[in-house]
Design a protein around this ligand. Structure first.
Ligand SMILES: [Zn+2]
Length: 476
C-alpha cells in the first residue's frame, strides 16, 4: 500500500514526540475521509519540525504540531465552483504548553471531530490574528490556515487508534503543586467569579441529556445537547451545540471531568454554561484536583444511585460453614463503626414491615436502573435509555421493600441491596416473573409479606462506600 508506506517511512525517518505508529487503516481513513475523493494520498515532500505550541511565533516555518481539540466550530461557506472550499472548521488545538487556532478549510472531505481528540497538523505558516481580521479568538490568537484538499504541503490527521489517552493531559502547563490561575468553584463562579479574567471551572459530568433539534432564525435546523455538571459546591449545566454534540457520547457520567475555560454563561437558579469562540474544554486533565473530584463523584453516585449493583462478595464457603453468626442491627452498627475497613458476613433475623408492589406496578416503576446519570424505571427487565439509546438491564426497585426492623434497630425503605437470589427468595419469583404477575396476585403478595419474620444472610463491605447491607439470601 503506497500511502501507508510513504507516511510510515516518513515517521520512521523523523523522530516524533511520542514515537507514534499509525495503523494503515487509520492513515487510509484520514487521507480518504468519508465522502471525500479530493483528498489524495498524502506524502510529505518537505521536512517538518515538531514544535511545542507554546513556542510558536508568526511566520513561515514547516511545522508538525500535535495536540488535542479543545473547541471547534464549523463555518459553512457554500460555493458552487467545482473544487472550491465549501467552508472551514475553526479548531482550537492545545498541547500542554500552548494553544493554536487551526482554520481547516474543506471541500468534499468530512472531518469527524470531537472534543478531546488527538490530532496532528502539518503546516507551513503561522499567523497572528489582529483586531481587524478577527481570524482567531483572543484566547488563541496564533493561527494557521490549511486546506489539505487544495494544498499539498498541509495535512491533518485524526488519531483514533494511536491515542493512549496520556498525551497533553496537563493543559496550561499545570502542576499539582500550584493552583491553576483563575480556577474557581461553580459556587464562586455563580456568585460573581464570571467577571474574573479567563475563569476556569473543574466539573464532573453528572448527566448526559438527549439531543434536541431546534430551528435557527434563518430557518435551518441545528442540534443541542445539555450536560448536567457539578463540583463539590454546586450543580450547573453545559449546553453543546451542533458538531460539538458528538463529543458527548465519549463522556461518562460521574467519571468524566471537564476543565472549562472562559465559558459562555447565563446565571439563573444555577449557572447555564455554553461554549463560545473563546472557550475551551479539556477532558480528564491529569491533575490532582480532577482525581479528587472524580473520587467524590463516585462516592456520591453510589450513595444516590436508585438501584446500586450488588457488591462483589464471595459467600460460597460461608453458606456451608458450621458456624453461622446471628447478629442484630445494633451489633452490625457497632462493628461498622469500630472496623470501618473490614468485611462482615452473618445473618439477621428481622421483620419486613411492608412490601409496596401494587402502586409501583401501576406507576410502571417495579424495576429500576441508572444510565447516563438518569434514573430509569419500568415494569420490564430491559429497556432502552432515552439518552444514549442503549439497552439497559433493570433490577427490582429496592424501594418496594418497606422498613425492615429487629429488636434493636431499623433499616429504612430502599436501603438494603438485595441480590437477584435474595429477591427471588423473598418474593417467590424472579424479576421477569414478577412483572408478568397479575395485579390480584401482587395484592395478595403484599398482604402475605406484611410483618413477616425472615432471616437474611448479609454482607457488609464498607470500602465500596455505599455503606449499605448487601443481602444475598432470605429464608423464612
Ligand atoms: Zn444511557
Amino acid at each position: 500500500m503506497p500511502t501507508s508506506s510513504s507516511i510510515q517511512s516518513y515517521f520512521t525517518s523523523s523522530p516524533t514526540k511520542n514515537s507514534d505508529g499509525f495503523t494503515a487503516d487509520e492513515v487510509q481513513s484520514v487521507v480518504q475521509p468519508a465522502g471525500g475523493s479530493a483528498v489524495n494520498t498524502w506524502t510529505p515532500t518537505l521536512d517538518y519540525e515538531e514544535a511545542d505550541m507554546g513556542s510558536l511565533e508568526p511566520g513561515p516555518r514547516n511545522l508538525m504540531l500535535i495536540g488535542r481539540v479543545v473547541n471547534f466550530y464549523d463555518v459553512a461557506k457554500p460555493s458552487k465552483r467545482h473544487k472550491a472550499a465549501q467552508g472551514y472548521i475553526k479548531i482550537m488545538l492545545a498541547d500542554d504548553t500552548g494553544v493554536l487556532t487551526v482554520r481547516l478549510w474543506y471541500a468534499n472531505a468530512e472531518y469527524k471531530l470531537r472534543l478531546g481528540q488527538l490530532i496532528t497538523v502539518w503546516t507551513v505558516h503561522i499567523s497572528n490574528s489582529s483586531e481587524h481580521n478577527a481570524l482567531a479568538p483572543n484566547t488563541a490568537p496564533l493561527f494557521t490556515t490549511i486546506f489539505p484538499e487544495g494544498e499539498r504541503h498541509c495535512h491533518l490527521m485524526v488519531h483514533e487508534n494511536s491515542d493512549d489517552g496520556t498525551q497533553f493531559k496537563r493543559p496550561f502547563n499545570c502542576k499539582d503543586s500550584r493552583a491553576l490561575p483563575s480556577l474557581m468553584t461553580l459556587r464562586s463562579f455563580t456568585d460573581g467569579g464570571y467577571d474574573v479574567d479567563e475563569p476556569k471551572l473543574l466539573v464532573c459530568v453528572k448527566s448526559i441529556g438527549a439531543r434536541k433539534r431546534y430551528i435557527n432564525r434563518n430557518g435551518t435546523t441545528s442540534e443541542l445537547l445539555t450536560l448536567g455538571i457539578f463540583d463539590d459546591t454546586a450543580d450547573a449545566s453545559l449546553t453543546l451545540y451542533s458538531g460539538l454534540c458528538d463529543s458527548a457520547s465519549f463522556l461518562q457520567t460521574s467519571k468524566s471531568v471537564l476543565l472549562i475555560s472562559n465559558p459562555g454563561w447565563r446565571i439563573e437558579k444555577t449557572a447555564k454554561l455554553s461554549l463560545n469562540a473563546n472557550s475551551r474544554v479539556d477532558i480528564d486533565p491529569d491533575i490532582g484536583d480532577a482525581r479528587r473530584l472524580r473520587a467524590l463523584a463516585q462516592r456520591l453516585t453510589k450513595k444516590e444511585h436508585v438501584n446500586p449493583p450488588f457488591p462483589v462478595i464471595d459467600v460460597s464457603c460461608f453458606e456451608e460453614s458450621p458456624v453461622r453468626a446471628l447478629y442484630n442491627f445494633a451489633d452490625i452498627d457497632d462493628f461498622a463503626r469500630m472496623n470501618p475497613r473490614e468485611e462482615l458476613l452473618g445473618y439477621v433475623s428481622c421483620i419486613v414491615t411492608s412490601l409496596n408492589i401494587v402502586v409501583p406496578y401501576k406507576r410502571n416503576m417495579l424495576l429500576s436502573a441508572e444510565c447516563c446519570g438518569v434514573a430509569i424505571f419500568a415494569n420490564a427487565t430491559n429497556t432502552m435509555c432515552k439518552q444514549c439509546e442503549k439497552e439497559v438491564e433493570l433490577r427490582i426497585n429496592p424501594r418496594i421493600l418497606g422498613p425492615v426492623l429487629d429488636e434493636t434497630g431499623q433499616i429504612g425503605s430502599g436501603k438494603l441491596v438485595l441480590s437477584d437470589r435474595a429477591w427471588g427468595e423473598l418474593l417467590g419469583r424472579t424479576a421477569s416473573q414478577l412483572v408478568h404477575t397479575d395485579l390480584e396476585v401482587l395484592r395478595y403478595l403484599e398482604q402475605r409479606l406484611l410483618f413477616l419474620r425472615v432471616t437474611m444472610g448479609f454482607a457488609l463491605k464498607l470500602e465500596d462506600e455505599i455503606g449499605r447491607l448487601a443481602v444475598w439470601c432470605v429464608k423464612s
